[in-house]
Design a protein around this ligand. Structure first.
Ligand code: HEC
Ligand code: HEC
Length: 166
């Protein structure tokens, strides 16, 4: 009798534990919300021309390289005064993909020496978007996206860190 009761407790635990395990698996997926940028200086200066990209999508070394080359930032002059540049550079590197947040998902496939300046060219981004032509010229056109970098055209809440298709 005792043995039987023990078995049913185990069975009940297994049933209760199963959905918990599933939730854990879901939480580990790439689709989780990424931390939105909170620093007002980063928001102001790096949101002037496009959405404020979350630092977690690139490694710290990429942000350092980008901050060192703001004078020619994808053909635009995005230079900043020293204090703002220092503050923004510190924020971006502290919250970069190698900070551990988002489990380094966005850095998968990058080699140690790779310093991409575009999120939209990282192996992770390409892998996420090459399926079903998610980012083909016609998909960009349908979404009225200016380019692959125009995350918010397809992910309306991208600025808040939500990229999942609901
Ligand atoms: C032309 C449309 C389009 C553009 C532009 C675009 N995406 Fe996506 N993205 C998609 C689609 C479609 C999916 C797959 C469906 C989904 O999971 O939302 C996706 C998936 C994702 C995912 C995975 C979500 C998950 O649940 O696994 C992330 C993260 C993401 N995109 C980030 C970005 C970022 C960052 C940018 C800009 C640098 C961007 N996307 C630009 C269409 C786009
Ligand atoms: C004067 C306008 C301007 C400012 C200010 C600016 N950017 Fe940009 N940024 C651009 C342009 C233009 C592109 C290229 C967009 C495209 O290809 O569609 C770009 C692209 C990017 C990309 C690559 C997007 C991708 O994955 O393709 C990143 C990352 C980026 N900027 C980060 C920043 C950061 C960080 C700051 C603040 C220090 C900043 N930007 C400030 C104009 C600007």
């Amino acid at each position: 009798m005792k043995k039987f009761a023990f078995a049913s407790v185990l069975a009940a635990l297994a049933v209760a534990g199963f959905p918990l395990m599933m939730m854990q698996a879901a939480a580990d997926d790439d689709g989780e919300r990424v931390a939105p940028v909170k620093d007002p200086v980063v928001i102001k200066e790096c949101g002037a021309c496009h959405m404020v990209f979350q630092p977690v999508f690139l490694p710290a070394r990429s942000w350092q390289k980008m901050m060192a080359g703001l004078k020619d930032h994808f053909g635009e002059n995005a230079e900043l005064d020293e204090a703002a540049a220092k503050r923004i550079g510190d924020y971006l590197t502290a919250n970069a993909g190698d900070s551990g947040y988002f489990q380094g998902h966005a850095l998968r496939g990058l080699r140690d020496g790779d310093t991409p300046l575009r999120i939209s060219e990282t192996p992770w981004f390409v892998r996420k978007h090459e399926k079903h032509g998610r980012i083909s010229p016609s998909a960009l056109q349908r979404a009225k996206a200016k380019s692959k970098s125009d995350c918010a055209a397809c992910h309306p809440d991208a600025g808040k860190g939500y990229y999942e298709d609901d």
